[in-house]
Design a protein around this ligand. Sequence first.
Ligand code: AGP
Length: 608
Amino acid sequence: MCGIVGYIGKKKQAAPILLEGLEKLEYRGYDSAGIAVINNGEINFAKAKGRLRVLSEKTNGGKDLIGCAGIGHTRWATHGEPSDINSHPHLSQSGRFAVVHNGIIENYMELKEKLIRKGFEFISETDTEVIAHLFEYYYKGDIMDTMIKVIDRVEGSYALGVLCSDYPDSFIAVRKASPMIIGIGNDENFVASDVTAILKHTRQVCYVEDNEIVVLTADDVKIYNTDKEELEKEIKTIDWDVSAAEKGGYEHFMIKEIEEQPKAIRATISPRIKDGKIVLDDVSLTKDDIKNLRKIFIVACGSAYHVGVVGKYVIEKMCRIPVECVIASEFRYSDPIVSKNDLVIVISQSGETADSLEALKVAKNRGARVLSIVNVVGSAIANASDDVIYTWAGPEIAVATTKAYSTQLTVMYLLSIYMAEKISTITSGQYKKYLEDLEKLPDLVAKTLENKEQIAYLASKFYNCHSIFFIGRNLDYAVSLEGSLKLKEISYIHSEAYAAGELKHGTISLIEDGTLVVALATVDDLFEKTVSNIKEVTTRGAVVMGLTTEDRSMTGIADYTIQIPNTNDIFLPSLTVIPLQLFGYYVAANKGCDIDKPRNLAKSVTVE
Ligand code: AGP
């Protein structure tokens, strides 16, 4: 996810306004930024790796770029790591066009190869640069005709802002599947990824739909369809404050990111399943590499570690390769028995967690191959790995991870199925069925999210608890770890996750009248076993909140039951975790906690 902004006016300088707008969009991506401004028929630009302030310092707060029309971009890298060259805007070879883009061009390699054959030279690793050269390639003097040809050739998602030096008094924009709004001012007009970027200047906006082409001048804004017919659009008045707008109208980033999970999971899965096959371009593991693996270690911290616990069950079930999931800070000081025939998977949202990075170095120093699952392109862990599979969750602002956790889970599924197919520990029929079920997951997550009211009600009943237990077996145990952490870190209520079969070996002594036990019972062939464990705690006075699939009943077993849609057992953790994220969120909201920035915590722990 990135942020784009565009400005055109009669008198005011564009650059400072663009920088201001980008500052409001940094939550959409902040690894690099750039602006381009048109002046006397010439496009001048500046771009910089790092936070926006680097660009601002580089351009003297925008004063060094003169002109009343321009475009800007703040980046969350997906193709090509953060660098000056990979930052937007991208210019065409002649310098006639400058382009900013939010989205992913799925057929950029095909287009890039064609343009190179036509003599175009690329300087960046991005997908977006293709668009700048396509404008040059198709341009015959009419920018609108050129735009129509370009969007006809491009596949994927985009919100584009385009400057053309032949059109100094206007610029053009279009969107498909990425958000874009138009701001209507007095003698000035705006385009942006969302209202936060322009709210200071105007509250009059209109929302652009897919394949609508916008032509902005200082005096007016015209919107056309691809037949060049002008469209009538409703102008709306925004009544949000800036802070609410940054969260897209949600009260907290955390709930926004919980709601974004279907989209984040789809963005992570879809580009990796092509023609019924899993395609992991970033992974160089061969069939023989996998066949010769002695062991797989999964090393991570916190929620990423909890993904690893799920991964252990999934990989061992599918690939029959021994997997050991180890907390990174323990792994690095345990003198681990790891060597060249081992694969070490490091999972990290930030890609900067010190414990995980140091554990990675220990593994590499002992000859192991390292594959990392990371959400930040070009981060330290990604750069230190032999292979990287990126999650495409977009920037995660809330300290308590949700969408990054969920996309890490889906990468774990993809990798497990990919390896199992390579070494034939699953049949082609199973492979096909896994992929079918995996592609349905985003919609099932969306369906699970619909149950917010029941979860909010339960949170209102239990937010004063002093201690809450989460229990489950197998994959349910793995998810109970995450449910317990979510609750603890944002509501500050003590909580423990326990393997349901282990409770009776000591901890059950803590159960007393009214103790809340959240019992996960989704794993089909362990349901009865878990029910036995539930009875052990109810006989000692516990109140039980059961969580199971919609085809099962827990009436007479649990005091309250949350049901989730059914799917392949292997993928159930992606659904089971949703009510637990929501429960932690609503409990913390009832307690009035600082949900996005919980006390004592940081989004990325870059110290030991
Ligand atoms: C999760 O909600 C926490 N914020 C924390 O446990 C986090 O998962 C852990 O610090 C690992 O961070 P990373 O994924 O960026 O490496």
